[in-house]
Structure formats: structure tokens, C-alpha cells
Design a protein around this ligand. Structure first.
Ligand code: GDP
Length: 307
């Protein structure tokens, strides 16, 4: 069985890791948001792709919530000493990956190629596909003006009030190599419990992707990022409130209307106002067993709506 997952960073990587303990990893494809990508100090930064790589390689620092485990910080210390920007942290090991990615780009390699290279270097059998090799930049319209994603998320810690989200360059972007095939050829498609507006919408903004998902023969199941009307982490709930949306699973189902065939929600949550099939499990993923349970429940719901 081939499973394709649309995913952002942390929340999505948890689900993909759960899948790898249920299925042979070479049957799993993650289509990853690149709208948060940026260039920092000349280095190409792809936060969600790197979160997937580090998570599947068992190198993700879960406590910190980003970057590699066992990281050292000599580079940042030297950078600060020289008066360089300290707001965006790059650990020494992380820096190595970023320098290699820059070198690959300088040779003319694409983001897909360099991502596949890192996946091989980490010994990963799952396929990690950037949504596009073309630049798409998630832009946040706020009460303080337009901010790029990293300015909003890291620089301002999501403090400004959000008025809207747009994806600069999306109209010219092409789906990354293998992306449309991974959707059309999947037996099951999952939308990870990533932020629907900031992590999944950029993927859907790539021309052709939304239509491919709507036309996919496989059942499409989303896992809700909300538990008891709150986000597990990050700005999802704050953003929904600022967009005037009720903090409910119905809002998540509405957001994906026409694209998903079922929604997995937390055991304690109601399904009021949701007209597609719903399944429940404890969706908070702390342990590997939790990740397995949520991935298994999403696949079960996919199986149920497929029959
Ligand atoms: P980012 O790109 O690193 O910010 O991460 P994502 O967009 O992939 O994930 C952020 C979203 O994942 C938030 O809305 C969280 O509520 C959700 N999330 C994170 N961990 C969990 C979890 O264990 N269970 C569920 N249901 N959602 C989660």
C-alpha cells in the first residue's frame, strides 16, 4: 500500500514517523511545505524539510522543537562575537547541512535533488518531496504590515495580529518532480495535523496540486491539529481566532471541503457541523506509540471511506 502525506514541519513529521512504524518506509511519500523557506546569511533554509529529515533519521531535538539532537553552538557564539545576527539560530551540525545545500544549489542541483541526497545520507527509505523546486514565499499580512514567514514566526514570535496569508510566487511555481504522481498513484492520502493555513495551504497553492488532490482516486484523510479547541503548539488557534473562525474541528473540515473524505479528531472532541465521516482517537502524539496509533487510526478511516 502506498501512502502519501501532505505535511508541514513538527506536527506532520510526528505522523510520518508513526507511519514508518506501520508500513515499509519505501511505501511512504511526504510532500512537504517549502513556503517557510528563506535565505539566511546566504544559506538556503528549508525548515519543514529539515524537520522531516531529522525526525525520520531520529536526530530531531524534540525538547527544543527544532534542529538536531546533541547540537553544539560554536558557530553561533563566533557569529555573535563578530556582531552577526543572533535572532535565527543555526547549530553546528545544522550549519553543515545548510552549507552542503548551498554548495548543491551552486552546482545547479534542485531542492528535490539535494533533499534526496540528504535522505540517502541519513539512510531513509521514505521519500521526501518538496512541494515545488520553485520559490513560493508564505507572506503574512498583519496589523503591522506584511511580514515574511520567518520574520513573523521567529522574529516576532507570531505576536502581530494576522489579517491574511498569501503565497508569493505560487502562480509561477510548478509541482516538484514526483509530487503529482505521488498523489495520483497513492492508495491512501493523509493531510497531516500541520497548520492548515501556514503549512498545508502553501502546498495547495502550487498550481495543479489542489486539483490533483481533488481528483485523486485514493481516499484523503486529514488529522485535525486541534484538541479541545486548542492547538498542540504554534499559532494555529491564535490565527483561527484572528481570522474570525470558530476553534472547532468543523472549521478544519470546512477549510478542506471538497478535498478530504474524512477527518480524524481527538477522542474528547465533538463532530458537530461536520458532514464527512469522522473517526476519533487520542490525537496527542507524545510517544512513538502515540504516533503509531494516530497514523493507524488515519489509515483505518481511509480504509473505511474507501469501501
Ligand atoms: P511547523 O511547520 O513546524 O510549525 O509544524 P506543523 O505545521 O507541521 O505543525 C503545527 C501544527 O501541528 C499545530 O497546529 C499543532 O496543533 C499540530 N500538532 C503538533 N503536534 C500535534 C499532535 O501531537 N497532535 C495533533 N493532533 N496535532 C499536533
Amino acid at each position: 500500500m502506498k501512502v502519501t502525506v501532505l505535511t508541514g514541519g513538527v506536527g506532520g513529521a510526528k505522523l510520518v514517523l508513526g507511519l514508518t512504524s506501520l508500513l515499509p518506509a519505501d511505501r511512504i511519500t511526504a510532500i512537504v511545505n517549502t513556503g517557510d523557506d528563506c535565505v539566511h546569511l546566504g544559506l538556503p533554509v528549508s525548515p519543514d524539510i529539515d524537520t522531516l529529515l531529522y525526525t525520520l533519521a531520529g536526530r530531531f531535538d524534540q525538547e527544543r522543537g527544532w534542529g538536531r539532537t546533541g547540537e553544539t553552538w560554536s558557530f553561533m557564539a563566533a557569529l555573535r562575537e563578530l556582531g552577526g545576527p543572533g535572532w535565527f539560530n543555526l547549530g553546528d551540525g545544522d550549519l553543515a547541512l545548510h552549507v552542503l545545500r548551498l554548495a548543491a544549489f551552486a552546482r545547479g542541483d534542485s531542492l528535490s535533488e539535494v533533499t534526496a541526497f540528504f535522505a540517502r545520507a541519513f539512510g531513509l527509505a521514505a521519500t521526501i518531496l518538496p512541494m515545488s523546486d520553485d520559490r513560493v514565499a508564505t507572506m503574512i499580512e498583519t496589523d503591522e504590515g506584511r511580514l515574511n514567514f520567518q520574520e513573523y514566526f521567529v522574529g516576532r514570535k507570531c505576536a502581530p495580529t494576522l489579517r491574511g496569508v498569501s503565497f508569493a510566487g505560487a502562480e509561477f511555481a510548478r509541482p516538484g518532480p514526483g509530487v503529482l504522481d505521488a498523489i495520483a498513484g497513492a492508495d491512501r492520502i493523509l493531510v497531516a495535523p500541520s497548520n492548515p493555513w501556514l503549512s498545508v495551504d502553501p502546498i495547495l497553492a502550487v498550481p495543479g496540486l489542489r486539483d490533483a488532490l481533488a481528483a485523486a482516486p485514493a481516499p484523503v484523510i486529514a488529522v485535525s491539529p486541534l484538541i479541545a479547541g486548542r492547538a498542540v503548539k504554534g499559532p494555529t488557534a491564535k490565527l483561527m481566532a484572528e481570522l474570525g473562525l470558530p476553534l472547532s474541528n468543523a472549521s478544519i473540515a470546512n477549510h478542506y471541503a471538497g478535498l478530504i473524505d474524512g477527518l480524524l479528531i481527538d477522542s474528547g472532541d465533538d463532530a458537530e457541523g461536520i458532514s464527512i465521516p469522522v473517526a476519533r482517537t487520542a490525537t496527542l502524539m507524545r510517544s512513538l506509540d502515540d504516533r503509531k496509533r494516530v497514523a493507524g487510526a488515519a489509515l483505518d478511516l481511509a480504509g473505511a471511506v474507501a469501501t
